[in-house]
Ligand binder design. Structure first.
Ligand code: NAD
Ligand code: AKB
Length: 313
């Protein structure tokens, strides 16, 4: 595996995944694509514009790059999805179908992230087992469950080497998040460093799984490189590093910025989404089947986030 196309490459995950894949496989081996231009396409290149809802364009890009692997990251996230459910379905399901179809024809492997959003209010919330009830009540969650199943189907029916994880909320300092419910866990760091205060759109005790981006990137690449013989849950590994609440994040930030204050102005839409998600997922299948282990806990992540955000000011 060394000719890779990344979709959604200008996003929060994609921008860091592209750099990590290029460090590993070489700059020209990794073609970054997105429907929107990244900050500096020349600097970010090789880059090509690509709308994943266009099957011909997806096929042409994969063929012309002679790709043998697609990291499929283009998606509409949970909060944005609730504002535009039809678009979320078109991008999340149409894009995945187009990628799996070209992978079937061209013999590519495919990495597609699912999410803790694939669970819903009737799922056991603490801990959430690997295999359990999945009846999400957001359009994003519906596309994530369907995407897990479609990827499994393409593996079982057509032999496509499709793999994936259920990411928790991802925290990073390079590229801002793109319209999710867990965006507060990124915004809080930006606002703490810039202004010393943050108004949170979720309530103080809302507990969710989170992970620092370097762990998410490393873990995803490790999954794609592991011997497939060891994998039973190919497309939907629960994956987590820590459980946080707005209050615990604020306390961790105060270790570095003692004057930091947090206020609450709860957004009922995003609060309802967060309340429908797990409080703690059980990621023992990922640990057992491909050796997943996070390196960052809340304290280590907070120190690194604040150092990087301060350095950019
Ligand atoms: P993001 O919103 O930051 O980036 C998604 C990218 O997809 C954007 O750059 C956007 O321009 C692009 N895109 C949208 N429509 C497109 C289209 N029609 N064609 C091509 N590109 C299009 O999202 P992200 O956080 O980078 O998410 C990447 C993947 O990880 C998604 O599958 C998401 O569901 C999953 N995930 C992310 C998180 C998180 O906390 N960031 C958590 C769980 C799962
Ligand atoms: C979102 O909040 O929508 C994403 C996710 C957890 O999938 N960050």
């Amino acid at each position: 595996m060394n000719r890779i196309v990344v979709t959604g490459a200008a996003g929060q995950v994609g921008s860091e995944m592209v750099e990590a894949l290029r460090d590993r496989y070489g700059r020209d081996a990794v073609l970054a694509t997105d429907i929107r231009e990244p900050g500096d396409p020349g600097e970010f290149g090789p880059f090509r514009p690509l709308d994943v809802t266009n099957p011909h364009a997806v096929a042409e890009v994969v063929r012309s790059h002679a790709a043998d692997c697609v990291y499929h990251l283009a998606a509409i996230l949970s909060a944005r999805g609730e504002s535009a459910p039809q678009q979320a379905w078109a991008v999340n399901m149409g894009g995945l179908y187009n990628v799996l179809e070209v992978a079937r024809r061209e013999g590519c492997s495919v990495f597609t992230p699912s999410s803790i959003a694939a669970f819903g209010p009737s799922t056991p919330a603490d801990p959430t087992p690997q295999d359990t009830i999945q009846r999400p009540n957001t359009v994003y969650g519906v596309t994530k469950v369907a995407g897990e199943l479609l990827s499994d189907y393409y593996h079982e029916r057509f032999g496509v080497d499709a793999r994936g994880v259920r990411y928790p909320g991802l925290i990073s300092y390079l590229t801002p998040p793109g319209g999710g419910t867990t965006d507060f866990a990124v915004e809080i760091y930006y606002e703490a460093v810039a202004h010393g205060r943050y108004t949170c759109f979720l309530g103080p005790e809302t507990q969710l799984d989170m992970m620092y981006m370097p762990d998410a990137i490393r873990g995803s690449i490790e999954l794609m490189e592991v011997d497939p013989e060891s994998l039973h849950h190919r497309n939907a590994f629960n994956m987590t590093a820590m459980q946080v609440t707005p209050e615990s994040l604020a306390a961790a930030i105060r270790e570095h910025i003692p004057e930091f204050t947090i206020e609450y102005d709860v957004d009922p839409v995003r609060q309802a989404i967060a309340d429908s998600w797990p409080r703690r997922i059980d990621d023992s299948a990922a640990r057992d089947e491909w050796g997943w282990k996070p390196e960052y806990d809340l304290a280590a992540m907070t120190a690194d986030m604040i150092a990087h955000l301060r350095a950019r000011r």
